[in-house]
Design a protein around this ligand. Structure first.
Ligand code: ATP
Ligand code: MG
Length: 653
């Protein structure tokens, strides 16, 4: 950031304390966790309390910078902790998943049923030659068998690598080859907005160049004709799994054995194969799921709307909720099929108490209008969560009011694929929230904000978010590329983990995430965060979503180019451009006023729904578009490029 601190210009003084009703029943209130506990003892206590160990660990942490090992000597099995122990304690009939299929079909799956299916699948994988330590790639839609496949791998000590079911054959092939997976689990197809995504055909294309793959297990989901099966390689799930024994002794794994590989979203560069291990990962996902979501397993219905292709699905659809014996909703489809009220219909149907979704979804709901949620009974909700990007304060307030009925605390959770679990977040019965702030690091976590010199900037102050000591669910490396692990996370600052995100702390010590360090703009000597300018734009009633980037400018170094999506009922016009520029100037200051504003129906996003500013920068600089393979829809950015070239709203006034 060129030796200038991040400004942190946007002010926010609205405070939201949890209601007395919420506090009266909350797991964490003021004073629940001793503030002065050292982090190693803290996590040791959580590991012992939250998990069942076959063999107790003898050492909490071995830290040979930057390589950590947690819970040394400990042995456990993740699937045992997620399933068997709940059945043994008499909760086998409890619902693990209310699964809602896209076409409206549904299944109710108890812990007992989940365990039996996981055992059959684990035995199937063994029969296909999978052994402890082997990698298994999973490329499926959001069906229960995806969670089953993950847990079946965990049961026998195989390492899963889930690849999001929306990826192309090239992306799948690259991930299979990087991990050298031996088996691929897929489906004949997946439902998407009433159509079929031909998973098997895509997988076949991918497997045309994957020398390590020996077998492919195929679930029949869509049942369409013409699915080709290759003799000797491909096996139907229904031909193999049901005939297997429903008992499978869980493999007792070392706490540091690899549990899974997962590739990051690819927002900033080529995806990294992040390595997560067994004991530390499960400890922290169980801890965070329980306390951040204030889980009451007897009464809560938890719904995380992520896809299992991303870390959020791993940690908060599968491992955290199951370790804590939660009842969850799992949904196969999209928010707008068959209609734009699908989420609200599901919440009403299952009486969901806890909803965990992403800012991209919330801004889309804002764009569609509040009549969709208003048409449903959402009174079962008691807690809301957000993850994936900074949440603009106005989107936070919209979520709080229109979805949470102004009654539910909102937890804005900051974390990454690399951190494995939530790191910075409110604790809903304790923290007084500010819209747009992830508030404070969780107990046991060390986070700080440093300047270019690596020194803490203090309070208030802005700079780079760092993690100051190891945490149990931290990544153990980048698969096949140890140097990239050191270079990406541990080289920028001495002995501190560099998260890649800009952040500030306000006068009261609240953390505010300000966007990717790579995206920060330098205007006339001031470092300006993309998030703050976007949030200022979104605070205008006409705006649903905004992305801003810096483009070269001869006098100011960079000028701000804004790309704006309007809420339904508003029209693009030159007057609105002027109004938005004035609005930003008033909210943050004239320095942050966008030089240009372009209205667009959509923004370029990764397949996980994050805005990809790098490509908008290419557009603004009139450069050719770089790698677009991680985009959900490459047409969007191509359309914006054409619009931008034709647009005349550039105005230096
Ligand atoms: P890549 O690392 O390949 O570029 P990615 O960073 O998008 O992809 P993820 O691990 O899925 O991959 O995303 C983590 C990032 O998402 C964080 O570093 C941060 O930029 C953003 N993020 C997640 N949650 C929040 C949040 N609550 N507030 C602000 N930013 C968030
Ligand atoms: Mg990242």
């Amino acid at each position: 950031m060129d030796d200038v601190t991040l400004e942190g210009l946007l002010e926010e003084d609205r405070l939201f304390a949890p209601s007395t009703e919420f506090v009266s029943n909350a797991l964490v209130v003021d004073g629940t966790f001793a503030a002065d506990a050292d982090f190693e003892s803290f996590w040791a206590a959580q590991a012992t309390e939250l998990l069942d160990w076959d063999v107790d660990f003898h050492t909490v942490l071995e830290w040979k910078h930057p390589f950590a090992k947690w819970f040394l000597g400990g042995k456990l099995n993740v699937s045992y902790n997620c399933l068997d122990r709940h059945v043994i304690s008499g909760h086998g009939d409890q619902v693990a998943f209310h699964w809602e299929g896209e076409p409206g079909d549904s299944r109710v799956i108890s812990y007992t049923e989940m365990l039996a299916e996981v055992c059959r699948t684990a035995n199937s994988l063994k029969s296909l030659g999978v052994e402890k330590g082997d990698r298994v790639a999973i490329y499926m839609g959001m069906v229960p068998e995806l969670a089953v496949a993950m847990l079946a791998c965990a049961r026998i000590g195989a390492v899963h690598s889930v690849v999001f079911g929306g990826f192309t054959a090239d992306s799948l092939r690259a991930r299979i080859n990087d991990a050298e997976a031996k088996v691929l689990i897929t489906g004949d197809g997946a439902w998407r907005r009433g159509g079929i995504v031909e998973l098997k055909a895509i997988a076949d294309d991918a497997m045309s160049g994957t020398p390590a793959i020996e077998k492919c297990l195929v679930l029949r989901r869509t049942g369409h004709d013409g699915v080709a099966m290759i003799d000797g390689r491909d096996v139907w799930w229904h031909d193999l799994v049901p005939s297997q024994s429903d008992e499978c002794v869980p493999e007792s794994m070392d706490a540091e054995d690899l549990l899974f590989l997962l590739y990051t979203s690819g927002t900033t560069g080529s995806p990294k194969g992040i390595m997560h291990t067994t004991g530390g990962y499960l400890t922290q996902v169980a801890f965070t799921h329980k306390y951040v979501f204030d889980l009451h397993p007897e009464t809560d219905v938890f719904w995380c709307t992520a896809d299992c292709g991303w870390v959020t699905g791993h940690s908060y659809i599968v491992y955290g909720p199951l370790a804590n014996r939660a009842t969850s909703v799992m949904y196969e489809g999209t928010p707008d099929f068959p209609d734009k009220d699908r989420f609200w219909q599901i919440i009403e149907k299952y009486k969901v108490t806890t909803l965990y979704t992403a800012p991209t979804a919330i801004r889309t709901f804002m764009k569609w209008g509040s009549e969709y949620p208003a048409g449903h009974d959402l009174s079962s909700l008691r807690l809301l969560g957000s993850v994936g990007e900074p949440i603009n304060p106005e989107a936070w307030v919209w979520y709080f009011e229109n979805i949470g009925g102004s009654r539910c605390p909102v937890v804005d959770t900051w974390w990454q694929t690399e951190t494995g679990a939530i790191m910075v977040s409110p604790l809903p019965g304790k923290t007084v929230a500010k819209p747009g702030s992830a508030t404070f690091p969780l107990p046991g976590i060390g986070a700080d904000i440093v300047g270019d010199d690596g020194e803490p900037v203090g309070i208030p102050g802005g700079g780079y978010l760092v993690l100051t000591h190891p945490w149990p669910s931290m990544l153990r490396g980048v698969w096949g590329d140890p140097q990239r692990y050191i270079d990406t996370y541990w080289s920028r600052f001495d002995k501190k983990y560099f998260a890649g995100d800009g952040a500030k702390r306000d006068g009261e010590g609240y953390f505010w995430l300000l966007g990717r360090v790579d995206d920060i703009m330098l205007v006339a000597g001031h470092n300006i965060s993309t998030t703050e300018v976007e949030s200022a734009l979104v605070s205008h009633p006409a705006v649903a979503e905004a992305a801003v980037v810096g483009k070269t400018h001869e006098t100011t170094g960079q000028a701000i180019a804004a790309f704006v999506t309007l809420r339904s009922g508003y029209e693009a016009s030159q007057e609105l451009v002027a109004e938005l520029r004035a609005h930003v100037a008033e909210q943050i200051g004239p320095i942050a006023k966008p030089q240009s504003v372009l209205f667009t129906d959509d923004l370029p996003k990764t397949r996980s729904g994050k805005i990809m500013r790098r490509l908008l920068r290419n557009v603004a600089e009139d450069e050719s578009l770089g790698d677009t393979t991680t985009l959900a829809d490459p047409n969007v950015v191509a359309g914006i490029k054409a619009l931008y070239a034709a647009d005349a709203t550039d105005d230096d006034a």
